[in-house]
Structures are given as C-alpha cells and as structure tokens.
Design a protein around this ligand. Sequence first.
Ligand code: SAH
Length: 231
Amino acid sequence: MLEARIFTLYPDFFPGYLGQGIFGKALSENKWKIDTVDIREYAFDKHKTVDDTPYGGGEGMLMKADVLAKSIDKNVKDGEKIIYLSPKGKLFNHQLAKQLSQEKTINIICGHFEGVDERLLKTRNIEEVSIGDFVLSGGEGASFVILDAILRFIPGILGNTNSAKDESFENGLLEYPQFTKPQIWEEKSVPDVLLSGDHAKIKDWRLSQSEAITRDRRPDLWQLYKKTKEN
Ligand code: SAH
C-alpha cells in the first residue's frame, strides 16, 4: 500500500479532491494512505516562525532549514523517498509517476514564499521535482498533480485496469481521437473505420492518428519515439 506523507503549512487542504471519486473510494478501501505533517508545529519559537529573510538580500522569505529538518527527522524513516516540489526540479512525467508508484512511502514537501534554504535539500537527500515551467505560489497544488498521476498506477485504483495502458505517453505517443454515442452529432459522424468492427484496421488507424498528433503537437516526443522505433 502506498503511503503519501505531505509536509505542508496547510494540512486542511488534504486529502482535498483525492478524498473523492475513485481515489476516495480507494482511500476508504485502504489501497493507499495519506497523512499530513503540519510544518508549523515544528517551529522553535512561540510565534511559530517557519520562514525568514534570504541572506544576500532579495525579495520575499525562505522556509527555514532547521524547522523543516525537524519536521522531517521526526516523521521520515530511513530510506524513504523525499520529494521537494520546486520549479528547479526534475520535470515530472509519466515515467517518473510510474517509478514513484513503486515506492512504499513518498514524503512530499510543499514549499511556500520563495522556497526553502538550500542546505535542507543537500543534508536530507531530497529529490527536487517540478510539474512544469511556471511558478506556483505553493507546492500543495503540485502535490495533488503528482499524486493523482502516481495513484493511477497503483493496482486496483483505476476501475478498468486496462484504461491506463492505452493512454497518452504509455507508448511514447499522445492518444488518438475518441468518440462515443450518438453516432451522428451536429451532422458529424464518427470515423467509418470505428464502425467497421475490423479490430486490426481500428488498431492501425488509431496508431496512425496517434503518430500524426504527436508529430504535430509534440516534436520532442516524436523525435524520441522515432529513435526508439529505429532501435
Ligand atoms: N523562488 C522560487 C519559486 C518559489 S514558488 C523559484 O524561483 O524557483 C513557491 C513554492 O511553490 C515552491 O517552494 C514550490 O514548492 C512550489 N512550486 C512553484 N512552482 C512549482 C512547480 N513548477 N513545480 C512544483 N512546485 C512548484
């Protein structure tokens, strides 16, 4: 069972939408677990200070290494994965989600203000992970994003175990277009091939659509796909 432990200044945000729908159901069936650690509880002074001004000057505040380290040391067991969500981190993707879904426990640190004291990251073996080239005001939103993607790989969480297999990125391509009833809608019919019942033909059509969409929209993925196909 995957356990997610979220280090946050806003424990009430959790489990948020992960407490609803398929994730909520799986949570109540103990297929995964989520705990929060309220970073502020580990502050050293009576004002519960968690941040301070950066050395060298500059805008904003930084989360203090000593407070964060105490919250980590009191909660994380040896060998557990620790992630700090950060725009400077390794870009999160499908493969990383799959890899993280193999962990027993994932500790996720949600930053705020201008981020955290760099010394924390080095001393506590923390991996920095980014969800994209933009800046959020806090790590909580990013933690929902990565957990959602990770949980989809936990057996028994997605209703249909096959539905993760056919999706975008699984084979290095974006998904082909999909259609449902009615067959004709606003005078547009669904592609004939999908009505043919010829499964081999449908498979070919879907692959060629996936390839075309990936080539058009994501030249980066397309180059990778071509390379793996050649090898
Ligand atoms: N000063 C930092 C940005 C801090 S944003 C910089 O320029 O790199 C405040 C917090 O939001 C960060 O500590 C991080 O936890 C979270 N955050 C912001 N953007 C993010 C992103 N793209 N991916 C993951 N977390 C992000």
